[in-house]
Design a protein around this ligand. Structure first.
Ligand code: TYD
Length: 132
């Protein structure tokens, strides 16, 4: 699957912890956009799309949520719950985010500006694109 877990180096001392995200260093692309989801309601599921070319890194900077990822061949389901861990998702991976903890802040860095034309929002269309 077109994903990777990134271990983000923590600069910790007796004051606490700090993580820096830098393009070309621990973020393997040019960062054009950052967005974050928070105050996600109980039972809400988000996503239900793939991207044609977008690369993204997601970090649960606070709290946790589950990811269900699907590339048309395999599905993986896991919890993202560590601010020291980044999840790199590249193109043509269908994603659903769910089971957000009430305190979850899910931050996403992206290599492009928001572009609705890059989205595949219909699962049958996604399937036909990855398994032609
Ligand atoms: P949406 O695509 O529904 O989020 P998700 O699929 O990840 O659950 O986005 C919610 C709204 O926010 C929608 O109106 C589009 C808008 N939006 C932006 O304007 N810029 C962005 O970078 C993103 C990710 C969404």
């Amino acid at each position: 699957m077109n994903i990777q877990f990134l271990q983000l180096q923590t600069h910790g001392d007796d004051r606490g912890s700090l993580i820096s995200l830098e393009e070309g260093k621990n973020i393997p692309f040019q960062v054009k956009r950052v967005y974050y989801m928070f105050d996600t309601g109980q039972g809400v599921k988000r996503g239900y799309h793939a991207h044609k070319s977008l690369k993204q890194v997601a970090v649960a900077v606070r709290g946790s949520c589950r990811f269900l990822l699907d590339d048309g061949k395999e599905k993986i389901d896991f919890r993202l719950d560590n601010p020291c861990q980044g999840l790199l998702i590249e193109s043509f991976v269908w994603r659903v985010m769910y089971d957000f903890s009430p305190d979850c802040v899910l931050m996403v860095l992206a290599d492009s500006l928001y572009d609705e034309a890059d989205y595949v929002r219909d699962y049958a269309t996604f399937q036909s694109m990855v398994n032609p």
